[in-house]
Write a protein that binds this ligand. Structure first.
Ligand SMILES: Nc1ncnc2c1ncn2[C@@H]1O[C@H](COP(=O)(O)OP(=O)(O)OP(=O)(O)O)[C@@H](O)[C@H]1O
Length: 845
């Protein structure tokens, strides 16, 4: 904005300015100018207000840097009565600064709002982007870990590195030659030049020559160390002859740090890198196995150090040393301090082979606890860093006294280590871990599901050739061990929780399996029941159909029978005229035995007229018949057929002593007309058919009777039960004029699986006037000798299964009921047949 444009702006009151659009525009111009070009001095430094304002976009945009100060300055200027430091505005007469600043303030507030909104938006975007990246990073880390461990496993969970120290000055001075040869191209092989100049080749996972420095050695060790950080149990140990550099490799010197220090350094640095995802905690213990005793190297005083420590197996299977000092470490300096302290307490002594020879196995245990912040997974693993005592021949190092004893213990424990290695290599089911304190301590980190790295330390000197060969042979055996895949170690508390959950899950699965099995069995049962039900339904339908047919047939036969009866009756009436005159009824009834058709009992006198019972006493000879429950003579039980008792006077037979085979009032066949005979035959056929139908009925009822009880039996309720059907037919039969009603206690009941048809006890007492009196007497004239009594016994047709006998029953009413007589099989058929003949006879009568 050119300077001249502002000149001439006249001072106006605030109200005027507010109301006048021109004035507002002018003030806006001033404000914009202040922001665009204004340069105000505050505390000696320039406060700049920049804007990218353009004609198209009058809204000031861009950074807000300096604006609060500018505004503050302007407001201050206002309060100080318009002291404007701007050289441009100085020239303006009296601009309405208040209005200008108000506008400026409004714009500023708007800008601040926009700024805040934009910032929040950016924050949100950044946040989500950050979360995505974090997730990706976590996934990548896990993938890296997985691949890395796979690589380690492919290389083998027991790895053997060989390290050869340089010839020392003493050896050189003595003129010992170098017997170990390395090929710079083959990093995994070395050759031993034997005494006979032959070469023996050894192969390991990595071979380090005398020139290899600590960094190079640790670079190959690093993957195993990282596995410990990932939650695997790790054991790194150095084995070899005295003075070959075991302590040098594991501990190192302040100038050349060894594996222990470097490993912990890496643990700290890597844990720091992973701190956003995983929280780590480290603790260090240091102990030695000296003369088969465990000594805590971090104990504060000698008393503690002298305390006997034992190895115990914890509930989660790991081996712990209760009472062992475990120092939490947070920095590498703390670790170094601890290692230095422990190293000081270590048992060392001078031998001919090494001035500061380690007389014990030194073990540093690093416990690594981790918690994954993303997944919440916890782990707890151990890393053992072991510097073994020197494996040397006692004779060679020329020791005696205490040193000799130490050497014996050292050799014993190394021998135990060799045995463990051999057992692992040969996959022996029993691994002798407990043969020494050393192997017992390392049990959870030797073999099994951990990662093991062994440094076999050798001397290049020709003087140590034998020891070197022994060490290399031992290392070769170790390398031959095939271990299964390593397993990640979880936190014991977490393990316990997981174990509980697993157990619960196992029980639930078991219960589930049981329920499923039950369900399956029930389903099978249900299916089979369904099949049975369907079969039964079909049977019921068939039976119903058969019953309907039977009923129909019964009706037909009844009709036919009635017609036949009528015909027979007519014939009988016609033939009466040619019948001979019957004898008048005798005053005294002849003895029953004379008129029955039963054979006289053997060895028993026949009842005489004097022993017979008179009609006035008992017309049916009840004492004789009812003397046993089956209506049989107790002295003649062999006779079981129903008998027909007729009390009609004998026709033409006056001699009561002559037994009659058959007593009938019917005419002899010769006297009867052929029509009657035909009718009788016809009648007999019909009776036979009727009998067959009764059999059919029995079968149909038997079908019902065999219906087993099923859970679906309720479905029968709406159907006709066999009893109902049987009852229906029975009632139909009974309603017929031919049959008398059943006694109430003889109603057949529904008996499952008992194919029994119990016919209604039928007792019919018919009073038939004798032909002589038929014309003159009334049939209802009472039971006199003029009437013939026909007693039909109740006949039960039962299955061959013997039923318990029933007590004889006496019916009320005109007739006398002799109790049921049970028959089965052919006997029943005969009875039915006899009954049919009797009926026929009665009808003829
Ligand atoms: N690779 C090496 N480079 C340089 N010097 C070494 C190397 N290895 C071992 N030495 C030196 O050899 C000497 C003996 O080493 P060290 O004490 O580590 O042997 P050692 O196997 O631990 O013996 P001991 O079993 O008796 O404890 C030390 O002075 C050490 O500095």
């Amino acid at each position: 904005m050119p300077e001249g444009d502002l000149v001439g702006i006249t001072a106006q009151s605030e109200q005027e300015c507010e109301s006048s659009p021109n004035c507002k525009d002018q003030n806006l111009q001033i404000a914009q100018y202040i922001l665009l070009e204004g340069s105000f001095t505050e505390n000696g430094s320039d406060v700049e207000a920049r804007t990218t304002d353009t004609a198209d976009n009058p809204e000031p945009a861009g950074t807000m840097e300096g604006r609060p100060e500018t505004l503050g300055y302007l407001i201050q200027a206002l309060d100080d009565d318009c002291i404007i430091g701007s050289p441009v505005l100085k020239g303006v007469a009296t601009p309405n600064l208040r209005a200008s600043i108000n506008l400026l303030g409004t714009k500023y507030n708007n800008l601040i709002e926009r700024y805040k909104t934009e910032t929040n938006k950016c924050k949100d975007e950044r946040g989500s982007r950050y979360e995505t990246l974090k997730k990706q990073y976590t996934n990548e880390c896990q993938e890296r870990k997985r691949l890395y461990n796979e690589l380690i496993e492919l290389r083998g969970n027991i790895r053997v590195f060989c390290r050869c120290r340089p010839l020392n000055s003493d050896e050189i001075s003595k003129g010992y030659s170098n017997v170990v040869e390395f090929d710079s191209l083959l990093e995994t092989e070395l050759q031993i030049i034997c005494n006979d100049s032959s070469r023996k080749q050894f192969k390991f996972d990595q071979v380090f020559g005398p020139s290899a420095n600590q960094e190079a050695v640790f670079a190959e060790t690093l993957p195993v160390v990282m596995s410990a950080l990932d939650g695997y149990n790790v054991c790194i140990f150095a084995y070899g002859q005295t003075g070959t550099g075991k302590t040098f490799t594991m501990e190192g010197t302040p100038e050349n740090r060894g594996v222990n220090y470097r490993a912990l350094e890496v643990l700290f640095s890597s844990s720091a890198k992973r701190s956003s995802n995983v929280a780590y905690g480290f603790s260090v213990s240091m102990l030695e196995v000296y003369n088969e005793r465990i000594r805590d190297l971090l104990a504060e005083n000698n008393d503690q150090m002298a305390k006997k420590l034992e190895i115990k197996q914890s509930s989660d299977g790991t081996h712990e040393v209760p009472g062992l000092v475990e120092s939490d470490v947070h920095t590498i300096d703390e670790v170094w301090e601890i290692l230095r302290t422990g190293g000081k307490n270590r048992s060392v002594g001078s031998t001919s082979a090494n001035e500061l020879s380690s007389r014990s196995h030194c073990l540093v245990r690093v416990t690594i606890k981790s918690k994954n912040l993303v997944s919440g997974q916890r782990s707890r693993s151990h890393m053992w860093l072991v510097d073994l005592a020197g494996s040397e021949r006692v004779s060679k190092i020329d020791v005696e006294g205490e040193r000799l004893r130490e050497s014996q213990f050292i050799n014993k424990s190394l021998s135990a280590l060799g045995d463990v290695i051999s057992a692992l290599a040969s996959k022996n089911p029993h691994i002798p871990y407990r043969n020494s304190k050393l192997t017992h301590l390392l049990q959870s980190s030797l073999g099994g599901d951990c990662k093991t790295l062994m440094f076999v330390q050798i001397s290049p000197s020709s003087a140590d050739l034998g020891e070197t060969t022994c060490s290399l042979n031992f290392a070769t055996r170790v390398r031959g061990i095939e271990q299964g895949p390593a397993r990640k170690q979880t936190d014991p508390a977490e393990s316990f929780k997981l174990k509980q959950m697993t157990e619960k899950l196992r029980l639930e699965e078991k219960e589930n399996a049981r329920l499923n099995e039950n369900l399956r069995l029930l389903n099978m049962k249900y299916t089979s029941r369904e099949n049975v039900f369907q079969t039964l339904q079909e049977k019921v339908k068939e039976a119903e159909q058969a019953s309907r047919n039977y009923l129909q047939r019964v009706r037909e036969l009844e009709n036919q029978l009635a017609a036949e009866k009528r015909v027979v009756k007519d014939n009988t009436t016609t033939s009466q005229f040619i019948k001979p005159q019957l004898m008048p009824p005798q005053k005294q009834r002849p003895p029953l035995a004379r008129i029955t058709n039963r054979a006289p009992p053997i060895g028993r006198p026949r009842p005489t007229a004097t022993t017979s019972v008179t009609l006035s006493q008992n017309k049916e000879n009840i004492p004789l018949v009812a003397s046993n429950s089956f209506g049989l003579n107790p002295h003649n039980r062999g006779i079981s057929k129903a008998r027909r008792v007729s009390v009609a006077p004998l026709l033409g037979h006056n001699n009561p002593s002559q037994a009659k085979r058959r007593t009938s009032l019917a005419m002899p066949p010769s006297m009867r007309d052929p029509q009657t005979i035909m009718a009788e035959r016809k009648f007999s056929q019909l009776e036979q058919q009727f009998s067959q139908l009764q059999n059919l009925k029995r079968r149909s009822v038997a079908v019902f009777n065999t219906v087993p009880a099923t859970p679906l039996a309720g479905t029968y309720s709406s159907r006709k039960t066999p009893d109902a059907i049987g009852g229906k037919y029975r009632s139909l039969l009974m309603s017929s004029s031919k049959y008398a009603p059943s006694p109430p206690n003889a109603v057949s009941t529904w008996r499952a699986r008992l194919p029994t048809v119990v016919g209604s006890p039928r007792q019919r007492v018919r009073l038939v006037p004798s032909p002589a009196n038929r014309s003159g007497s009334t049939p209802e004239g009472g039971m006199s000798s003029k009437y013939c009594f026909s007693v039909q016994k109740r006949v039960q047709i039962a299955s061959p299964i013997q039923q318990p006998p029933r007590a004889p029953q006496v019916l009320t009413g005109a007739g006398v009921y002799n109790g049921p007589t049970r028959f089965a099989g052919n006997q029943a058929k005969r009875v039915l047949c006899n009954n049919a003949i009797a009926k026929r006879r009665m009808s003829v009568l």
